[in-house]
Design a protein around this ligand. Structure first.
Ligand SMILES: Nc1ncnc2c1ncn2[C@@H]1O[C@H](COP(=O)(O)OP(=O)(O)OP(=O)(O)O)[C@@H](O)[C@H]1O
Ligand SMILES: [Mg+2]
Length: 252
């Protein structure tokens, strides 16, 4: 599903961020990407969703060479790949609804469908009732859940997260990690970058370790205290009527 063949990334100025990295992530896997600061985690992730292109080597996502996707087709790639960042990247003067429907709007989805998609995505993260709030009216954990809903809005096949818990306290981090594990349980392939070794050891799973741009370890870890995932996230929310009529016009 995500294949790297001898991928290198050098930035202008000669900085080598990735050095002949090869791996293969199968559909449905949950994979941690770890390594010290500057090891190349963000550089690697950015290549997968085509925020950047490799200097050498090839990257296939679903068998497609991502480097050869023309720029105008990139929003379609982002339908397949949801991305969550450490700093959330929500637009503060837009509501939760407007934030999570960013991609459907770009893709020209009609407003009725946008509302339906937003409701479904927010329900998965337990925030369907905050559709009209502004990001700054939410806690850090809630903002991160909105960012996850935005990434999930098109039910992407792949969810990529770059230090999604880096700015959260340990308890919230754990909640967010659970959410990723539940998303994975529903079949989404998850690749999550973190340098939180404690979290990785607790949960287990496949772990890719980068060191100065080289993939030095690809291991399957047994978790020492993995969370019990009772049900997919959707089933955890009590059923309720959609509260869509309150959603504002999407603006632009
Ligand atoms: N846009 C850029 N231009 C030049 N060098 C860069 C750029 N982005 C990253 N680098 C360099 O590439 C290397 C890898 O950086 P990267 O951001 O991928 O590391 P990281 O593992 O994500 O680190 P952190 O844990 O601090 O987020 C670093 O040496 C960094 O300075
Ligand atoms: Mg980084």
């Amino acid at each position: 599903m995500i294949q790297f063949f001898q991928v290198s990334k050098r930035y202008p100025g000669g900085q080598t961020a990735l050095d002949r990295v090869s791996f293969d992530i199968a559909r449905g896997q949950f994979v941690f990407l770890t390594g010290a600061s500057g090891a190349g985690k963000t550089s690697l992730l950015r290549l997968i969703f085509r925020e950047d292109v490799p200097s050498e080597g090839q990257i296939l996502v679903n068998g497609r060479n991502v480097s050869s996707i023309p720029p105008q087709k990139i929003p379609y790639l982002r339908r397949t790949i949801g991305v969550v960042f450490q700093d959330f990247r929500l637009i503060s003067r837009k509501t939760v609804f407007e934030n999570v429907t960013y991609l459907p709007r770009i893709l020209g989805t009609d407003l009725t469908s946008q509302k339906k998609l937003a409701y479904q995505a927010l329900r998965r993260v337990g925030l369907a009732h905050r559709l009209n709030a502004f990001p700054l009216e939410l806690s850090g954990g809630e903002q991160q859940r909105v960012a996850i809903a935005r990434a999930l809005i098109h039910e992407p096949e792949i969810l990529i997260a770059d230090e999604p818990t880096g700015n959260l306290d340990p308890e919230l981090s754990w909640d967010i990690l659970r959410l990723f594990l539940e998303v994975n349980l529903r079949g989404t392939t998850v690749l999550l970058a973190t340098h939180d070794r404690e979290m990785i050891q607790r949960v287990g799973r496949r772990v890719l370790t980068l060191d100065a741009g080289r993939l030095i370890l690809d291991q399957e870890l047994q978790g020492i205290d993995p969370p019990r995932l009772e049900a997919p996230a959707e089933a955890l929310e009590p059923p309720g009527p959609p509260v869509l009529e309150a959603a504002p016009e999407a603006g632009a």
